[in-house]
Each structure stands twice: as C-alpha cells, then as structure tokens.
Ligand binder design. Structure first.
Ligand SMILES: Nc1ncnc2c1ncn2[C@@H]1O[C@H](COP(=O)(O)OP(=O)(O)OP(=O)(O)O)[C@@H](O)[C@H]1O
Length: 589
C-alpha cells in the first residue's frame, strides 16, 4: 500500500466557520442541554418576579395580607439563583472539556504534521494556537451559546408578558430596541476583524519570543537582549492595541443596548404616563411593564456579549482548523524492525524543497549494499543531509527511485520504514528529562541489560558514574548539562537501542577529545560489521576507514570509491581530503 502522507482534510471542501464552531458542541450536547434547562429555570424565575411583585403591590394597595406573595417571591428567588448557579457550573465544566478536546486533537495533529508543513510554521505561533486560541473556544461555545439561548428565551418571555400588560407600550419598546439591534449587527464584523488581528498579534508575540529563546546564548553573546526584548514587546503592544479595539467595539455595542433600554424607558414612561392619566392603564401594570423593560437589560447584554464571544470563537476555530487541515503523516504504531541490515539505492533522484528553490538533488544515483560503512562527503550544500531527509521520508522526492531493502521507499509503511532506521543528527538534541528518558526515547521497551550494553558501548559509562544520580540525573532543557560530544554519544546510544537496520549518522564537526573520538569511531566501525551505516563524514579518520565513499557536489554524485582510489582519481575529493576533512587533526588517524 502506498502512503501518500495526505492529511484527512486534504481534498475536502472547507466547512463553514460557524459549522466548525458549533460542530465542537456536538459531543457535549447532553450536558449543554441540562445546563440550558437550568439556565432557563433561572431565567423563568427572574421573569416571574416582576409579576409576583405586582401581586405584592396589589395586595398592599388593597390592604390584603402580603405574606403569601412575599414568601412565594422569596422561594422563586432562591430556586432561580440555585438553577443559575448549577447552569454556570455545567457550562464551565463543558467549556473545560471542549478546550481539552481541542487541545488533544491539535497536539495530536501537530506532532503528526509532515516536516514540510512544520518548515513553514513558526513554533511560537503553533504554541499560541494550542494554548490561547483553544481557550477562546471555551467562552464562545458554552457560556455565550447557552446564555444567548437563555437570553432569547427571557427576551421572548418578557415580551409576551409585556404584550399581555399593554400592546401600545410594547410597540414603543420594540421600535427603540429594533433600531439598536440593527446598529449592533453592523458592529459585529468589526469585532471579528479586530479579534482576528489580536490573535494574530499574540501568535507573532509567541514567534518572536520563541526565536529569542531558541538562540538564547547567541542573543546574549551578541548583546541583543534589548533589541529582542523590543521585538517581543512590539508584538505584545500590537496584541494589546488590537485587544483594545475589540474592547472598544464590544463596549460600544453594550452601550447601545443600555441606551436602547433607557430610551425605551423614557418613551414608555411618557406614553404609559398619559395612558395611566387617561385611565387606559393601571399604575401597577405600568410598574410591572417598566420592571419587565429593565429585565431586558440582562438578556440583551447576554445576547450582545454572547455574539461578540462567538465572533472571537469563529476566529479561534479558524486558526485551530488551519492547523488541523494541514497534511499530516499517516498514524501507525512503530512495529519492531525486521531482521538484518538493509541495502539502499538512489536512482536518478531529483528533489527540491520548494517550487521557488533550486534542486537539492539533481539526479542522485548511488548504491549501498547491506552492512559496512559508507561515507557521504562533499562541500556544504551538496545535498548530503537531504539524502538522510529523503530516506526518513521527511520529504518526498519528486522523481527517480529510492529503494530500501530492494523495496521502493514509497511502498514502505511509514512507521515500519522509520522503525528500521536509526538517525543521529549532527546537533543531536537531548530532551529535557533524565539521561535514562533520553536513552530510551526511541526504544521505550528496551531491557535494562540492553540499556547497560548501549551505555558501555558508547563510552557513556564514565559519564553515568560521574553524574550525581547516574542514569536518573536530569539532563535539563536541551541537554544543557552535557557537552556536544556527550550529546552525540547519547544520540548514538539511543539509535543503537532501536536496533536499526540502517544507521544514518551525521558526524559532529566540533572537536572531541582524542580518546572520545577514537572510542566513538570504534563503536561506529563495530556497528558497521552488523548493520548498514551511512555517515555524513566531516573527518578524514572516518573516510579512510569507510568501505566506500560517495562524493557529492551540487545535488549530484560525482564519484564513488575508496579513499586511496578517490585521492588518485577525483580532484574535488583530493581537495576535500587535504583541507576540509583533514582540518580536524585531533580526529585524524
Ligand atoms: N529545509 C530546507 N528547506 C529549504 N532548503 C533546504 C532545506 N534544507 C536544505 N536546503 C537546501 O538544499 C540544498 C542541499 O542542502 P543539504 O543540507 O542537503 O546540504 P549538505 O551537503 O548536507 O550541506 P552541509 O554539509 O552544509 O550540511 C542546500 O542548497 C540547502 O540550502
């Protein structure tokens, strides 16, 4: 089966943002419905109160005992408050569940993205989307949706009661509120636009901070703290300005609601006063009507706030969806690699990193039989690391054939292919955690014996003995407690524990002490006796011992052979051997 690396969203039509947003509510509909019912009960209690107040006023006016209506009023108030609190709790809980679900999906997606997709993204922006944008979904999807629904019900209920009290006054009220609703609707797209810009600025801030932290030592050594602080602070200020714009539009919308109610109050007071004077309306009805009018403030406010939060949610769900829709790699658990070393063959392979880039490989052809050590050499930019990237299928080549173990690389299930390879980067990263975590990272099921063996083989036993807690010593953020050479030995031990059928090793360029260097070289040679080793060589000591050397230049293979043979036959190799490779005298044999 060919794995194309296409994401599940590839080729699909983009769903509308509102559908995307509300689609996230579906799994929680039961809790939301219960919250909605409780919220409605709370709202109903609020609605009943003005009418009950009218009974209390009527009872007092008619000099009847008011204890009954007063007790009922208190009971309704307590029940209403309880229902509203229950609704708020359920909404809050569902909100957290929605955020958790969105974060889980997003994180799962991010780590399954293809390397080309991640090349185009900045880690800081990705982090913002996982942390900040998902948080925005919470309010948009729970409190605001349910409160808006409750707001609509309260509004309809209040209007029904108002209609029962006096139709003329209702018409006055609706006219004023209608005008204001129109104004609010005009403001909503502005809120959404400002919110999008605000979230983008938060993403920019994350990216700026990430850039500075990634190159923390360089920033310090370059005395660039002030400048970098300025860049991050500028992005933060942009986020603040755009946030203020959102706040401004939202406040204006809220103010227009209040104004509408005030205007309606004055109009109702004027029209209602004359109707009371003419005897067309009772005073108690006017009081109840006015109470209903004021009870509109809260649902109208809820509606405006809810709708503004939905605008924010639309922005957030759009940004989250952008990542979810990126092409991802097929999921699959890594099987244990098959037995024995594998051979590889590159046949007229062409590859470019992007349409606007020149070819990184321009007809690369070479073959590596199983077992033994093959060294890739060539000037910087020749395409050596690209050989590794294509073998790991971080990228797909555009033409030609790459075969691993005689099988086209595209026919390998990705997880199986990667399980067969051990990959040691030049600047081998060490993850924050203990030394043990790091060693077992690629093979969590390795036995303690296998771990001990790998540690001894890579000469890490001295380091383990020196560290205060041995294997359980935390090696800190990006392995700050380890030297460059130690980091690479950890990476080799990690790759060894995976029992790779093909080891891809990008040699460190920095100087190691002679003893460590010799030891590492011996380990790699020993390994080459049992597995296939492909090494990007930066040292003469490596190439002279290699079974074959592949000389690359400008995306092509220009010669293949042994050291002596190439020194005699290939000008570029002779030059490399005399300068670049031999420069590292400490590692020379
Ligand atoms: N992720 C990438 N995106 C775009 N272009 C890239 C990427 N990686 C490498 N390239 C380009 O592809 C070409 C080959 O790069 P590659 O890293 O394979 O060379 P190399 O021989 O390993 O060089 P070096 O010895 O300096 O590491 C170069 O021109 C490089 O600029």
């Amino acid at each position: 089966m060919r794995e194309t690396g296409e994401g599940p969203a590839a080729g699909r039509r983009e769903p509308a943002p509102l559908r995307l947003l509300f689609g996230r509510l579906r799994p929680h509909w039961r809790t939301l419905a219960l919250g909605g019912v409780l919220s409605l009960l709370g709202a109903a209690a609020g609605l009943a109160m003005p009418l009950m107040a009218k009974y209390v006023v009527d009872a007092l006016g008619a000099e009847r005992p008011a204890t009954g209506p007063l007790a009922a009023l208190s009971a309704v108030a307590v029940l209403g408050a309880g229902a509203s609190a229950g609704a708020a709790y359920l909404m809050g809980r569902t909100g957290e569940d929605i955020v958790l679900g969105a974060r889980r999906r997003l994180v799962g997606r991010v780590l399954r993205l293809g390397v080309p997709a991640v090349d185009r993204l900045t880690p800081g922006d990705l982090l913002t989307r996982v942390t900040s944008d998902t948080t925005l979904l919470r309010t948009a999807l729970t409190t605001s949706v349910v409160e808006s629904a409750a707001g609509v019900c309260t509004l309809v209920g209040a209007i029904a009661f108002m209609a029962a009290l006096d139709g003329v006054l209702l018409c006055v009220t609706l006219l004023v509120i209608g005008v204001v609703a129109g104004v609010s609707a005009l403001l909503m797209p502005r809120i959404q636009r400002a919110q999008r810009r605000a979230q983008e600025a938060v993403g920019e801030m994350g990216s700026a901070l990430d850039r500075a932290l990634q190159a923390f030592r360089t920033v310090k050594a370059s005395g660039a703290e002030e400048r970098e602080t300025g860049v991050v602070a500028e992005a933060a200020a942009r986020a603040r300005d755009r946030g203020v714009t959102v706040a401004g539009w939202t406040a204006l919308t809220g103010a227009s609601v209040l104004m509408a109610v005030q205007l309606a109050f004055l109009s109702v007071l004027a029209v209602g006063g004359t109707r009371v004077a003419s005897g067309a309306l009772e005073v108690s009805s006017l009081i109840a009507f006015l109470l209903y009018l004021f009870s509109l403030v809260s649902p109208l406010g809820q509606l405006v706030e809810g709708w503004a939060a939905v605008q924010q949610g639309l922005v957030a769900v759009g940004r989250v969806h952008e990542i979810e829709a990126l092409p991802g790699e097929p999921a699959g658990t890594a099987p244990t690699p098959g037995p024995g070393p594998v051979g590889i063959r590159f046949d007229d392979v062409a590859f470019r990193y992007g349409d606007d880039r020149g070819p990184a490989h321009d007809g690369v052809t070479f073959e590596v039989p199983p077992r033994g050590m093959t060294a890739l050499v060539g000037p910087s930019g020749a395409g050596k690391s690209t050989v590794f990237a294509l073998l790991e299928r971080f990228y797909d080549h555009q033409s030609g054939t790459i075969a691993v173990d005689g099988r086209d690389i595209r026919d390998w299930p990705l997880a199986e292919l990667r399980a067969s390879l051990g990959y040691v980067e030049q600047d081998a990263p060490v993850l924050a955690g203990t030394l043990r975590d790091n060693l077992l990272f690629a093979a969590p099921r390795a036995t303690p014996d296998e771990l001990r063996h790998a540690v001894a083989r890579t000469g890490l036993d001295e380091l383990v003995a020196r560290l205060p807690e041995g294997l359980d010593t935390p090696v800190g953020h990006r392995g700050t407690a380890l030297s460059g050479g130690e980091r690479q030995r950890v990476a080799i031990a990690r790759a060894l524990l995976r029992k790779p059928r093909l080891l891809l090793l990008d040699e460190v360029t920095s100087h190691l002490d002679a003893v460590s260097e010799q030891r590492l070289r011996d380990v790699v040679l020993e390994l080459a006796a049992e597995t296939t080793v492909l090494v990007i060589a930066h040292r003469l000591s490596t190439v002279v011992r290699a079974d074959r050397i592949v000389v690359m230049e400008a995306g092509r293979v220009r010669a293949v052979g042994g050291h002596e043979e190439l020194v005699g036959s290939d000008d570029l190799y002779r030059e490399l051997a005399a300068t670049q490779l031999a420069a590292d005298r400490s590692g020379a044999p």
